[in-house]
Design a protein around this ligand. Sequence first.
Ligand SMILES: Cc1cc2nc3c(=O)[nH]c(=O)nc-3n(C[C@H](O)[C@H](O)[C@H](O)COP(=O)(O)OP(=O)(O)OC[C@H]3O[C@@H](n4cnc5c(N)ncnc54)[C@H](O)[C@@H]3O)c2cc1C
Length: 498
Amino acid sequence: MRKSLALSSLLAFGCYLTEAKTYTTKVVILGGGVSGISAALNLTASGITDIMMVEARDTLGGRAQDVPFADINVEFGCNWVQGLGTNPIHELALKYQLRTAVTNGDDVVFYGENGKINATERYNDMNKYYEIMSQDAVKRVQKDQVDLSGKVGLDIAGWYAKDAIDDAVEYYVWDWEMGESPELSSTIFAVVNDQWTYGEKAFGPGSDGDKFVVDPRGFKYVFQEEAKKVFKPNDERLLLNTVVTKIEYSDAGVTVYTKNGDIINAEFAISTFSIGVLQHKDIEWSPKLPAWKLEGIYGFHMATYTKIFMNFPTKFWDDNQFVVWADPDQRGYYNSFQNLNIKGFLPDNSTSNIFFVTVTQDLSYRVEAMTDDEVKAEVMAVLRRMYGNNIPEPTDFKFPRWHSNPLFRGSYSNWPIGELDEHHVNMKASLNNRVFFAGEAMSEKFFGFLQGAWYSGAETAMSVAQCVQGKCSPSEYYEEITNAKLQASVVRNTLLQK
Ligand SMILES: Cc1cc2nc3c(=O)[nH]c(=O)nc-3n(C[C@H](O)[C@H](O)[C@H](O)COP(=O)(O)OP(=O)(O)OC[C@H]3O[C@@H](n4cnc5c(N)ncnc54)[C@H](O)[C@@H]3O)c2cc1C
């Protein structure tokens, strides 16, 4: 890395003068989340140390974020190690002795407008039909049949949500995991994602399980510790508090512009920005991204998953791990509550009583547009319908706004119905073999998960390392993605006939 100070570009910020610098490096990694850290580790392991990392926040870890809440820290972002065995995230959790607890989704109680409901049969049905849907998906792939939305896949398998209770069960099993409704999701890729993460194919025996991180150091700790292997304290190659605003690329290299006036000239760049950030046009590209690339980027989905944390003076809720509210009017309305007052979840010396509720998708956008007090009033109204009017008000109340945050624009990606493998190839394909794309969404097997980010960072670093050594593989993408079925259809006849 070479650094030069452009005196002509001294920028004034308030009464301070900030020196805008120009850097020259071989590889610049854009974003310091899990995939960026993994890319940095793998480039370094390949002997490429002339690298830089640019991160907008004042710390590394990206969506691995915890915040102080009541007398503990809670995870605003990723919370579970999902898929155990040799999952690299599981191995990191073990290596750093991350404190975890076991959640059990079957330990759940359901409430409706008339109080506690026995929804066990429908809950078991939903799980049974999900399994049938998964087997059907395999058969469809064997026969080369088209994908179905999760909704159609489930309905064909035998499930059909008939009332508010079914809606609540379906939301708890599907949306609470995927962050989006079955109507929007792909059946085949939901099954692919599930099998890679929990099946033995990737992570061997014992891979089917989750661990809920309850470590006071936060989930981010393991990633920040790994990053220390690359970046020493005050390492000039790590630019924190630096927001990328523009990326110029050509066959000759990449130039990255930042909000504070810094310029980074690099031979190669690895973008790890979330698919939400790429969709939202938070970064200017020059030249503009080609149509094939945009088709891939815009086709994918960035789901939003919002945990709304509440701490109460006393615990008034059930002892089960999960409590599900079946709202009579709106599917998913403050549906999935989680009880942290289970043995092993809170530290022994904690006096907190924490109950949190998760909302997703449109309900997340809605709460993000409201004030904390407005959201608190709505959640409390639901809790009063479940537990009566005498329950206390929360003493602490907090939730993140992932969708409106310009650094994330959502929580994690979900493969939507209609997105083909080819679209995914285009979404992740490099530009001119100079700008490469990593991040959880770029992992076709593990999208949405931390291991997706981790593997994607590593794989992208390997592709870049080959380029650095002058052995670039040609960038693979589809200039046009065609649908054979349309060729003789009414669509073609209608739209193309003069
Ligand atoms: C609420 C929530 C719950 C989740 N639950 C789980 C879970 O339980 N288990 C699991 O495995 N996964 C979970 N995930 C997903 C997991 O957190 C992500 O897959 C993973 O952290 C993504 O890492 P990444 O490196 O791809 O992206 P990011 O973490 O988004 O990294 C990108 C980085 O780029 C930076 N950046 C963005 N824009 C700019 C800019 N203009 N200039 C400079 N820097 C910029 C960001 O600050 C960020 O640090 C969850 C995520 C959320 C939000």
